[in-house]
Design a protein around this ligand. Structure first.
Ligand code: PMP
Ligand code: GLU
Length: 412
């Protein structure tokens, strides 16, 4: 048998493009892979890396997928999604936010991550700047760079609850600014903007004639008193410069099904539909029927899962507040705790290891105490770590015991 050479060096035509050469893997997915690799060696790992519900997809949604296959919905669909799902997305948005969209303003994609890629590719190019408040979700910066545009990172502080202010937004604007990429509730901080704070940002966007891409994937995972308000509903007229990102991954425990969408102005929607028809043809037909059942079926599963996340959040916050020399602004939404561990740098932890940054902290914590977190460095926030509490209570309890021991100079 002839071996296939595993090196592409020397093949001029196989030289990788500059865009992918500088592309780093998603830090969240890489951290999860590291935890999995340790698990595969038989080690018990307390894994808080990935932001995905640990629940299985509700039964009635699974049943809709089985029925779709039996009904022969196993073919290509319209590139931007089946009309029934687009209609259901518009109806759900109108029901929840009181704002009417038409199906020609919807593109259904292979997850919200893909939707963000579509927006950035269709709207931005070399010379354009995209404002991203830090801490930011790991993929934002890379997706902007993949589109050839320039990310402009604006740092927010723990003292402000990690919320971008209107003044900060306005100061970051240049003649090249195209877009603000906003995420409330936020991954990784859990920060939720008040309606007043969102309106202040919206006024700046109107004044400077800018688009705002509002990633609302955590809209149903809110622990504050104020109900969720979509950016598109602000000021009674911001919708024509808002691009909404959403999907079924988080609210319906459907991360593996890969369905997300955009609600956007018609011309941009048409451009994204074209792009998608060339890049991926269409999102998975069966998943689209499952998402249709999720949006148009009973919603009590969403509330039940949210309640469980709320209980885990309470527990998580209680345990973090007991940790020595650690601080955390209260997360109002999503399922992440983002806390400051920088006061532990430069002193012995675990088995006596001294760490100097969040990445070293996470590495030592995983290797010595088998607790897996994601380094704040990946989110543009050195000194912090992210813990996803979308995981069962026994794992949370044991994980915190190990983390506490590590911080006090012991290890499992
Ligand atoms: N936006 C944010 C803020 C996220 O945390 C994620 C992670 N899932 C996504 C978008 C992408 O979600 P999806 O699984 O639908 O691609
Ligand atoms: N969004 C989740 C997270 O931040 C899933 C992984 C990813 O897509 O980055 O952990």
């Amino acid at each position: 048998m002839r071996a296939i050479p595993d090196s592409i060096a020397g093949y001029r035509t196989m030289k990788l493009s500059p865009a992918v050469t500088s592309l780093k893997p998603s830090a969240t997915i890489a951290a999860a892979a590291k935890a999995k690799a340790l698990k595969s060696q038989g080690v018990t790992v307390y894994d808080f890396t990935l932001g995905e519900p640990d629940f299985n997809t509700p039964e009635h949604i699974q049943e809709a997928a089985r029925a779709a296959m039996q009904a022969g919905h196993t073919h290509y669909t319209a590139s931007g999604g089946i009309p029934e799902l687009k209609k259901a997305i518009c109806s759900a948005f109108e029901r929840e936010q009181g704002l009417h969209y038409e199906p020609n303003q919807v593109v259904v994609s292979n997850g919200a991550k893909h939707s963000i890629h579509n927006v950035l590719t269709a709207l931005c190019g070399p010379g354009d700047e995209v404002i991203i408040p830090a801490p930011y979700w790991v993929s934002y910066k890379s997706l902007v760079e993949l589109a050839g545009a320039t990310p402009v990172i604006v740092e927010t502080t723990e003292a402000s609850g990690f919320r971008l202010t209107a003044e900060q937004f306005e100061r970051a604007i240049t003649p090249r600014t195209k877009l603000l990429l906003l995420n409330s509730p936020c991954n990784p901080t859990g920060a939720v903007f008040s309606t007043q704070q969102l309106e202040d940002l919206a006024r700046v966007a109107v004044k400077h004639n800018l688009f705002v891409c509002s990633d609302e994937i955590y809209d149903k995972l809110l622990y504050t008193d104020e109900p969720f308000k979509s950016f598109a509903t602000l000021l009674g007229g911001i919708a024509n410069r808002t691009i909404i990102i959403n999907g079924v991954s988080k609210a319906y425990a459907m991360t593996g099904w890969r369905i997300g969408w955009t609600l956007a102005p018609v011309a941009l929607t048409a451009a994204m539909d074209n792009l998608q028809s060339q890049e991926t043809s269409n999102p998975c037909s069966i998943s689209q029927y499952a998402a249709l059942a999720a949006l148009s079926g009973p919603q009590d599963c969403v509330a039940t899962m949210r309640q469980e996340f709320a209980r885990r959040r309470e527990y998580t916050l209680g345990r973090i507040r007991e940790l020595p020399q650690v601080s955390i602004p209260e997360p109002g939404g999503a399922f992440y705790a983002f806390f400051n561990v920088s006061r532990h740098f430069g002193r012995p932890l675990g088995k006596g290891t001294v760490v100097n940054n969040s990445t070293e902290f996470c590495t030592a914590l995983l290797e010595q105490s088998h607790v897996a977190l994601v380094s704040g460095d990946a989110f543009g926030a050195p000194g912090y770590v992210r813990m996803s509490f979308a995981t069962g209570r026994p794992i949370l309890e044991a994980g915190f015991d190990h983390l506490a021991a590590f911080l006090s100079g012991k290890s499992a």
